[in-house]
Design a binder for this molecule. Structure first.
Ligand code: COA
Ligand code: AMP
Length: 631
């Protein structure tokens, strides 16, 4: 079938389309009610169905005779470990861990937080929760205890599942001590912390609430998967918004499973039994959808990679993994490719490997510049597919659906709308704009199965943040334009969310931390261009008094504050002192103006600004950052 026919079918007859896709799953109870409304008058999919994600990801394949196939390959250059985990072995670990969780009193509808590095036990924990209907919330390891504490207080986990340590290149990262610190800071106190001891030779202080992960599995018996309603939340995943408080995206179960099974086949082009690799982290949506649930639902072998594109040990790691594990389709962020390209500009390292298994290279998580796309195409000699989606959607919204039919690749564009996503570009008044005109990227409601069902404990923010701005549409927060052929070009966020090395971060959150420094009068944090990471945050700071002799000390303290409160992942390293910030008459910082200057978009200087030198000063700071004068 042609892409266009398939796509039109999904938009014109969504109920039939998704009923057919839902039939690809082994439901405990097949859904009849395909599309309905929830108590918030928001759409829900496959509402009366019952299923279990853990069953579909594991037991189903064993029942079908594939127990000896590898479910995961754990490849960890940072610990020199490679481990193949079959569906049978995965069943043993997950079903016993689920039994262990049950023995600790966890039951359907309870919440847990998973704070773990890229080790198989992270996936076991997710699948064990899903097995008994416990709603997990995985928190990325690069976030600091303070961020973890915010999430503990928001989703009130009965237990936290963690590991003793992570390994970042050669550094040992203290995971369990961070959890202890977070629990000290949070108001809500989980009953237990289940700790996987990685035996890395680091002493971890013990607490009364600790439970040993390995003993819990050893001493528990396997339990069967518990069917849950299709609308039951499978997980909460916190993501950055435009305020200092992260948003807990709620994902359902049945719609999600349907969308993942569909997308792994038709977007990523992998068939059952083949190997898929998303080089991301379980702490991000990519990890949920395409390291754990998506590939396993489709009986693919998925790679759990604990390393970096460079330095673990060098820029050939990705090519080694593809070649060694015969990866058919791979997903990474453009930043990773830029890092490899910087170390190995002529691609000499990839010549050492047989990459014939690789059929498609997918890129997402941030804007993909044309140079990166072209380099990857030239070196890998396979279609390189930029595609666009968000934590909220849970799966791709714009792509080249190679599993249906490969379309032309247009560098700079994320491709064409994916089945189920009726994407429009609108102006400030919500009117559709012509091809070539930039506007807001919105999606006509209802969103397809798998997209967010609400925000945890905050339906008002869900409505005001996504639905109210353009009635009848979901507002993505991104800007972009479509060309005459319907290809969409994403130009970047239109709000204060930034994307650093494919990691989504909130500048508002950083501003909260910066402005709490006692010498700071006011501040603004912005994303500026970064050659490697796409964007990086930069703080413009007005001090309480200008005659402070050791500004360098303040600079260091502010940078340290952000690292301590938000985490290393913020990559906040650039602080500049300015005399004042450009303001409106009512005293509000002109954020849009600052953003436009940073992004080199057109802007007008409002008449409220009488001293234009402030704009020139900020422009020269941004410019210096761009050409790398300041590190
Ligand atoms: N746990 C603890 N700390 C972490 C972490 C984790 N899981 N992930 C990152 N960090 C830390 C890093 O150690 C680093 O700390 P440092 O400032 O002390 O060096 C900081 O957070 C920033 O990390 P990162 O953004 O990874 O930068 P880097 O300079 O270490 O590496 C790249 C640069 C390009 C190699 C790396 O950014 C990369 O691999 N990018 C691609 C990321 C990606 O795939 N994103 C897509 C997600 S879908
Ligand atoms: P996250 O929720 O962390 O996946 O981040 C989602 C945001 O990343 C989107 O809203 C975009 O701003 C950006 N993004 C993701 N993929 C792309 C892409 N292919 N092109 C441009 N921006 C992207």
């Amino acid at each position: 079938m042609s892409y266009l026919t398939y796509y039109k079918e999904s938009i014109d007859n969504p109920k039939d389309f998704w009923r057919t896709q839902a039939k690809q799953l082994a439901w405990h109870k097949e859904p009849q009610n395909i599309l309905s409304k929830d108590k918030h008058d928001y759409s829900q999919w496959l509402e009366d169905g019952e299923l279990n994600l853990s069953y579909l990801c594991i037991d189903k394949h064993i029942n079908d005779g594939f127990g000896d196939q590898n479910a995961f390959i754990y490849d960890s250059p940072v610990t020199n470990t490679k481990q193949h985990i079959t569906f049978n072995q995965l069943h043993e670990e997950v079903s016993k861990l689920a039994g262990g969780l049950q023995s600790l009193g966890l039951k359907k509808g309870d919440t847990t937080i998973i704070y773990m590095p890229m080790i198989p036990q992270a996936a076991y924990a997710m699948l064990a929760c899903a097995r008994i209907g416990v709603i997990h919330s995985v928190v990325f390891g690069g976030f600091a205890p303070h961020e973890l504490a915010i999430r503990i207080d928001d989703c009130k986990p009965k237990a936290i599942i963690t590991a003793s340590n992570g390994v970042e290149i050669k550094r040992i990262i203290p995971y369990k001590p961070f959890v202890d610190e977070a629990i000290d800071k949070s108001t809500h106190k989980p009953s237990n912390v289940i700790v996987f001891d990685r035996q890395l030779g680091v002493e971890i202080p013990k607490k009364d609430y600790d439970v040993d992960f390995t003993s819990l599995i050893e001493n528990s018996s396997s339990i069967e998967a518990v069917p849950v309603a299709s609308t039951h939340p499978s997980y909460i995943l916190y993501t950055s918004g435009t305020t200092g408080t992260p948003k807990g995206i709620i994902r359902d179960t049945g719609g999600y499973a349907t969308a993942l099974k569909f997308s792994i086949k038709y977007v990523y082009g992998v068939n059952e039994g083949e190997t898929f690799w998303a080089a991301s982290d379980v702490g991000w949506v990519v990890g949920h959808s395409y390291i754990v649930y998506g590939p396993l639902l489709n009986r693919n072998t998925s790679i759990i990679f604990e390393g970096k594109p460079i330095k673990t040990p060098d820029a050939s790691t990705f090519w080694r993994v593809i070649s060694e594990h015969k990866v058919k389709s791979m997903f990474t962020a453009p930043t990773a490719i830029r890092a490899i390209k910087k170390e190995d500009p002529n691609g000499e390292m990839l010549k050492k490997y047989d990459l014939s298994s690789l059929k498609y290279q997918f890129l997402a998580g941030e804007r993909c510049d044309v140079a990166t796309l072209t380099w990857t195409q030239e070196k890998l000699k396979v279609p390189v597919i930029d595609h666009w989606w968000q934590t909220e959607s849970g799966w791709p919204m714009i792509a080249n659906m190679v599993g249906v039919s490969l379309q032309d690749v247009k560098p700079g564009s994320s491709g064409l709308p994916v089945c189920g996503y009726n994407i429009k570009i609108v102006n400030e008044d919500g009117e559709e704009v012509q091809a070539g005109t930039e506007g807001y990227v919105v999606i006509k409601l209802p969103l397809p199965p798998g997209a967010l069902s609400n925000l945890w404990g905050n339906p008002e923010r869900f409505k005001s943040g996504y639905l109210d701005r353009f009635p009848g549409y979901y507002f993505s927060g991104d800007g972009g334009y479509a060309d005459e052929d319907g290809y969409i070009f994403i130009t970047g966020r239109v709000d204060d969310v930034i994307n650093v090395a494919g990691h989504r971060l909130s500048t508002a959150e950083m501003e909260e931390v910066v402005s709490s420094h006692k010498e700071v009068s006011e501040c603004a944090v912005f994303g500026v261009h970064c050659e490697l990471k796409g964007q990086k945050p930069l703080g413009l700071i007005v001090l309480r008094t200008d005659d402070i002799p050791d500004k360098e000390r303040i600079q260091k303290e502010i940078i340290q504050d952000v690292r301590r409160e938000i985490g290393a992942v913020a990559s906040f390293r650039d602080v500049h002192f300015v005399k004042r910030l450009p303001k409106t008459r009512s005293g509000k910082t002109l954020r849009k103006l600052l953003r436009n200057i940073a992004d080199e978009h057109q802007y007008n200087v409002p008449s409220t600004i009488d001293d234009i030198s402030i704009i020139d000063e900020i422009k020269s700071i941004y410019q210096a950052q761009k050409i790398g004068i300041h590190k």
